[in-house]
Design a protein around this ligand. Structure first.
Ligand code: ZEM
Length: 286
């Protein structure tokens, strides 16, 4: 067991578990990034509820949400890290794992601060239905991310995470990866979105997505309807083009917005200590 507060030891153990030859494209990284994002993406600024504090996915009402299908794999990957460092909260571990995975997959350094607590019961969990639905369009995306407090530019930058990982028919119903090297962070997602031809395809399960076929690739590349909406919306599209042309700017903006994502709903004092988390009561509000 490491010394409480030894986050470097936790980071090293997360980095060491990313290589998973039997799983997906050989890395636990993408699903860990999605775990961090879904833990935080329930935030509602108007009521100051949801967000990464609490680690609500340990409870059925959030963990069993169909929007979170598959994220149990991420939580299972992290269980040995929690056992080796029992002092870290799940809420900190899940967000830190996303940050470490992004860096290890070649992405930017993202500022991360500890201090989240784990709820001790399910009374403070956000309702289901706060996460985005890939079958929808620009208006939906703006509504969902606007609720968290993100601008159009931040929404596009965050969406660049789809450079990582893949869709699974048995989780979301969508199928395939956005890029051909989905365990390496880059701006390929934006470059492919703007440069390839994408055709609508209805999968055997009735789900509609967009695909690009290339004889040289093992499988078709894919885009969700929400990904395509970034390209057709007049306020999102310029940022898609900017990030397609400028990887450094994408990395810079992505690092800032991902750091903001995992801080949603968390208030800190000047020393970085969280002032609105209370483990005993398992709530936010003081
Ligand atoms: Zn995703 N995402 N996402 N996303 N996402 C999937 C997979 C991944 C949307 C969405 O519907 C889906 C953000 C935004 C949005 C990742 C990160 C981030 C999948 C496939 C779907 C359907 C799930 C499956 O079948 O396993 C929608 C509609 C979004 C907004 C409009 C943001 C923001 C992210 C992080 C910053 C990642 C890394 C994956 C890949 C997961 C994996 O298991 O490989």
């Amino acid at each position: 067991m490491s010394k409480p507060g030894d986050y470097a030891a936790v980071r090293a153990d997360i980095a060491a578990l990313l290589h998973q030859p039997e799983y997906d494209d050989g890395s636990a990284g993408p699903v860990l990034v999605r775990l961090a994002w879904h833990s935080a993406g329930t935030y509602d600024a108007a009521t100051d509820t949801g967000g990464s504090n609490g680690a609500g996915m340990r409870y059925e009402s959030e963990g069993g949400d169909p929007a979170n299908a598959g994220l149990q794999h991420a939580r299972v990957f992290l269980e040995p890290v929690k056992s080796a460092h029992p002092w870290i909260t799940y809420a900190d571990l899940w967000t830190l794992a996303g940050v470490v995975a992004i860096r290890e997959m070649g992405g930017p350094d993202i500022q991360w601060l500890p201090g989240r607590t784990d709820f001790t019961d399910d009374s403070k969990l956000p309702p289901r239905g706060r996460l985005p639905d890939g079958a929808q369009g620009a208006e939906h995306i703006r509504f969902i991310f606007g609720r968290m407090g993100f601008s159009d530019q931040e929404i596009v930058a965050l969406s660049g995470a789809h450079n990582l990982g893949r869709c699974h028919s048995d989780r979301s119903g969508f199928h395939g990866a956005w890029v051909s090297n989905p365990t390496r962070m880059s701006n390929s997602y934006f470059r492919l979105l703007t440069s390839l031809d994408w055709t609508r395809k209805t999968l055997p399960n009735g789900v509609e997505q967009f695909v690009h076929h290339d004889d040289d690739l093992d499988e078709d590349l894919m885009m969700l309807p929400t990904d395509m909406a970034l390209l057709s919306d007049p306020h999102f599209a310029p940022w898609v083009r900017t990030y397609a042309q400028d990887k450094e700017k994408f990395f810079h903006d992505f690092a800032a917005v991902f750091a903001k994502l995992v801080e949603l709903g968390i208030q800190r004092d000047a020393d970085g200590n969280i002032t609105n988390a209370d483990n005993e009561r398992g709530g936010y509000h003081s």
